[in-house]
Design a binder for this molecule. Structure first.
Ligand code: GLN
Length: 283
């Protein structure tokens, strides 16, 4: 079928939605029906309902679709192609060089909601902000909060700043370094053990930034870094709200010295993805 797809390309014939779905399915994309609609809608610049209603696409539109579908078939993630990723019901700008927000990470926003009320005026650090999805969402969900969005990657920071601007939270955001004391630190750090990187899905391994994934030998390197940092910049009684990658990491975080375990939030796969800790010695 993929061969059929190639022939159509060569002959510059008119494509149908079915051609695209088949090509995506044959390249191993499980959500082929939905992705075909999204990608075609992006390529042609019309809504998904219109894509559905058309029998076939003229050669000029088919050429645009081909270009986009070829990228997807080569493994490039859908969100890098369309340039947006949904997080907590909002579209964040993303692209090569920044981790694509995951729905599991939304549990950290629910975690922040467990710790602060909506009109709370707290100052937080989003360590390893990437696209800024966590930090910006906290700023939007808590209109009196102030966020320091930190990342070692300049490419990631470029996206974070773009999202900060897009969502209009510049006045409550700082992106130029970790300064001052915080009421909370939130983070989805790189936590995949180095030896597991090679076994990741192709879309992730070959396209997403290693810097945002690789957590060192045991995947715990950055948890240790964050806990040490929290010892210095998190106020007593402040919250540490972290994403856990697996049960070993989860259990290690839960029993972290100098912090009390306050709660956890389960993701859609029933894994306690978000761990909430509180720095001891309440002020
Ligand atoms: N959840 C991501 C994945 O499974 C990993 C992100 C991270 O290392 N924090 O691809």
């Amino acid at each position: 079928m993929l061969c059929c797809w190639r022939n159509k390309r060569r002959n510059c014939r008119k494509l149908t939605v079915d051609d695209v779905v088949t090509a995506l399915k044959h390249s191993g994309i499980s959500n082929a029906n939905q992705e075909a609609l999204w990608l075609m809608s992006y390529a042609i610049g019309v809504g998904t309902a219109e894509i559905f209603s058309r029998k076939e696409f003229p050669p000029d539109e088919s050429a645009k679709v081909e270009a986009v579908i070829s990228r997807r078939i080569s493994g490039e993630p859908l969100q890098y192609i369309t340039g947006v990723a949904d997080f907590y019901g909002r579209d964040f700008r993303v692209g090569k060089g920044v981790l694509i927000p995951r729905h599991d990470t939304e549990t950290l926003i629910d975690g922040v909601k467990e710790c602060f009320c909506r009109d709370g005026a707290f100052r937080f650090l989003d360590w390893g902000t990437g696209s800024g999805c966590l930090g910006v969402t906290v700023l939007l969900e808590f209109p009196r909060s102030f966020g320091v969005l930190h990342d070692v990657s300049n490419e990631a920071l470029r996206y974070a700043r773009e999202n900060v601007r897009f969502f209009g939270v510049e006045e409550r955001t700082e992106t130029s370094g970790i300064v001052g004391e915080f009421d909370a630190i939130i983070s989805n750090p790189p936590y995949i053990p180095s030896c597991e990187i090679a076994g990741l899905m192709r879309d992730v391994r070959d396209f997403e930034p290693l810097l945002a994934l690789d957590g060192g030998n045991d995947g715990m390197r950055f948890y240790r870094e964050i806990v040490n940092l929290a010892g210095v910049v998190l106020r007593q009684g402040g919250y540490l709200i972290l994403e856990a990658g697996n049960m070993i990491q989860h259990d290690a975080l839960k029993s972290c010295r100098g912090f009390s375990f306050e709660g956890e939030i389960f993701d859609g796969g029933n894994f306690p993805r978000c761990v909430i800790l509180r720095k001891e010695g309440r002020a």
